[in-house]
Write a protein that binds this ligand. Structure first.
Ligand SMILES: Cc1cc2nc3c(=O)[nH]c(=O)nc-3n(C[C@H](O)[C@H](O)[C@H](O)COP(=O)(O)OP(=O)(O)OC[C@H]3O[C@@H](n4cnc5c(N)ncnc54)[C@H](O)[C@@H]3O)c2cc1C
Length: 439
């Protein structure tokens, strides 16, 4: 058993995965979370409407079958994948104004990757023969080159240079880019997008599956991981914002919350990059890290919850939209038994940010009504706007590493996992990587 005592600052996916990995190896761990709940940007919120309380997630999350480390960690923490997620083979059905999709792509479930996608593209609806051929050619080229490019560029420019016309970009590449990188395609990083494609279309065909939560996120991430960490001897302190971090002459770190000053041998800072400032002021050697993170841009994600009468259903659990503000709609009744509830996701920056929440909810409800005329007026709505949902995943973004020049001080968080965009998997992998640096 090691004598190390590790402080973890931040109880999002990164902090939780670091804490779970270290406690299972016998390390003493104390995790500090500023808010009253764990989960960070992947959390559940309670919303009141007409004196009734509703359990909603701060945003509709989707995982990919390729999120190996997340699925392994949740499995260790006792999460039953089949109970927690609906696994759907890759399918994109995009509607603009009618219930007949403008574009329909289904991966071919009997074939191995990437043939499942190539054959899916071959048979997809809504593209001409030459458009399908151009998409298949590009996928084949990408596979041949190991999904690598010499120089990172903006994805839209890259795709245009590969003969992907405006229609292909609109119905195929842009929805995938927004879902994976939450960054407008005109400025999104091609390299990071290709990393996600590589992991989804290499190896098992299940890697490209969508995993959509059937339970609220606290039951899938925060609660099981916190129980796992505590069962293995870890301590979790909620409502404990770390205000100061200092290294003493003996090499120990003092972590200061409101009224406590506690000593630790190692520290993992697992806050979002925008919260590093206060914690790094005492470390002149880390000011370069702050210069890097302060140059980050951020992208919002809006989730518009529309409550319809309980008997109302959408034809599909997940419906995509094109030429609308709405991007994806999820039928929470069919997914998690929240009957009549629809969650509409609008990723990345756009014109919707100029609308008030009420205007946005009305606009989105009208768009849904146009595609699905059976939908009545919603009974109520709730818009959750996460203004800094993810960092902007732009080309050549400098990302700090987990190891810092300060001894025994590490950085975890989605922004440190340089291979990936801002995702649960990036956050979980970064936490594990930090834990692996402690011995
Ligand atoms: C609406 C929305 C939708 C998303 N959709 C998806 C999706 O579909 N798929 C996907 O993979 N990813 C998605 N993401 C991204 C994903 O949620 C994040 O990448 C991931 O949760 C980040 O985890 P993290 O641990 O790096 O950071 P965070 O979750 O931000 O955790 C950091 C924690 O640190 C705490 N903290 C900050 N300062 C202090 C301090 N001084 N002391 C103590 N604690 C502190 C914060 O309270 C927070 O709990 C989405 C994000 C949002 C917001």
């Amino acid at each position: 058993m090691s004598k190390a005592h590790v402080a973890i600052i931040g109880g999002g996916c990164a902090g939780l995965s670091a804490a779970a990995t270290l406690t299972e190896r016998g390390y003493a761990v104390t995790l500090f979370e500023a808010s009253p709940h764990l989960g960070g940007r992947a959390r559940t919120v309670l919303v009141e409407n007409n004196s009734l309380m509703y359990v909603l997630d701060n945003g509709q999350h989707i995982l990919l079958g390729a999120y190996r480390e997340t699925l392994d960690l949740l499995n260790k923490a006792g999460v039953d994948e089949a109970e927690a997620f609906l696994r759907l083979p890759l399918k994109i059905n995009l509607h603009s104004v009618s219930s007949t999709p403008d574009f329909l792509l289904k991966s071919e479930s009997l074939l191995p990757a990437p043939l499942n996608l190539l054959f899916g593209l071959f048979g997809c609806e809504g593209l001409s023969f030459s458009e399908r051929a151009a998409a298949i050619k590009l996928m084949a080229q990408l596979k041949m080159n190991g999904y690598q490019i010499a120089t990172d560029t903006a994805l839209e420019a890259f795709l245009t240079s590969k003969n992907q016309n405006a229609k292909l970009i609109e119905v195929l590449w842009e929805p995938l880019c927004l879902a994976a990188l939450n960054t407008p395609i005109a400025v999104a990083s091609t390299r990071i997008f290709l990393n996600v494609l590589r992991d989804s279309f290499t190896g098992s065909k299940k890697n490209s599956d969508f995993l959509i939560p059937k339970l609220d996120l606290s039951k899938i991430i925060a609660n099981p991981l916190s129980q796992y960490i505590q069962a293995k001897g870890g301590t979790i302190k909620l409502d404990s914002r770390v205000r100061k971090l200092k290294m003493e002459n003996d090499g120990q770190y003092t972590v200061t919350t409101g009224d406590e000053h506690l000593a630790f041998s190692h520290v993992i800072i697992a806050t979002p990059p925008s919260r590093l400032n206060n914690l790094l002021t005492a470390f002149p050697k880390l000011q370069n890290t702050l210069v890097v993170t302060e140059s980050f841009g951020y992208q919002p994600i809006f989730t518009i919850y529309l409550q319809y009468p309980a008997d109302i259903k959408l034809p599909n659990i997940m419906t995509g939209f094109t030429k609308n503000i709405s991007q994806w709609a999820f039928d929470k009744g069919q997914l998690c038994g929240q009957k009549g509830l629809v969650a509409v996701v609008v990723s990345a920056s756009g014109v919707h940010q100029q609308l008030s929440h009420e205007e946005l909810a009305l606009k989105v409800a009208n768009e849904l009504h146009q595609v699905f005329p059976h939908l009545p007026k919603p009974l109520w709505n709730k818009v959750i706007a996460e203004k800094r949902a993810t960092f902007s995943c732009v080309p050549n973004l400098a990302r700090p590493s987990n190891k810092t020049v300060q001894p025994n001080l590490f950085l975890a968080g989605d922004y440190t996992y340089a291979d990936y965009p801002s995702t649960i998997e990036g956050a979980i992998r970064s936490g594990i990587a930090c834990a692996n640096l402690i011995n």
